[in-house]
Ligand binder design. Sequence first.
Ligand code: ZN
Length: 320
Amino acid sequence: MFQRCDDVRVSEPEVRRTGDQEPQPSRVAARPRRSRRPSRGAADARSVRAVALVVAAVLLGGAAAGVVVHERGDGSDETAGAGPSDAGATAPVSSPARTPDPTPTLTPAPTPAPTPTLAPSAPPAPTPTPTGLPRQDRDAGLLSDDVPESASGDLVVVPGSDPGPGTGAVHSVRVEVEDGLDVDAEVFADFVMSTLNDPRGWGADGSLSFARTDEPAEIRVVLASPDLTDAMCAPLLTRGEVSCGRGGHATINFRRWVEAIPEYGNDRWSYRRYVVNHEVGHLLGHPHEQCPGAGELAPVMHQQSYGVAPCVPNPWPALG
Ligand SMILES: [Zn+2]
């Protein structure tokens, strides 16, 4: 504080020094000096000293008074200026009440959007089969279990060839399907060839095997509607019910292919093996056979489509 006071006092003479007026040549110095009598000179000297003392006393008193005044005012300002140590102590009465800072209002955080909860996934529905048919029917090439009495009457050769196992005498086979039947012809062809070349088939002893072709063949295996079957099997009487093997073709009645026969129960898969082997057996020169005895396996050349008893059903040439 006193430093500030000192600064104020020091500044006054500097203001004078830095005034714009250039110091003027003293006129007193230019006057000719008066001569003074010695007696009056001594008296004047005493008078000057007295005046100087008075002036000095006045100046000292004023200076002291100035210091006090300045300290008071300066201190007040300093307090009002809130020194660090006083800041939180006692608020000056004259200080305007501070407007309390508005209490920060917490902006309510937006309610987080609920995380979408995945509904428990339902177990995937079983893939519907294209036809809704049991596996054993689809594996036989069926796309429907509807049995029309007739279709287009036109036979379509199923394209493809396969040399088969190649053992023994190789018999060429061409597979044909009547156009208009609801059948996967390729699947049907595979079923036919896997039946013929099964280890329990006509080639079980290794004497023969079957090769598939879509060219003219020794054996034609045909899937036909009941009406076309009757026409192809004539003069044999199939009556729209059964199949036949003659004239180089084994014609399978579509009705039987779909429905099978009661003796095979629900095992339509085995009956279809039987009918292929039986009709092709005719083409290989095998005649019908009789049931050898009750409980025996029916020979594949037994007319099982008309009844199996007292034998038991058997679709394989090597077993019956
Ligand atoms: Zn027969």
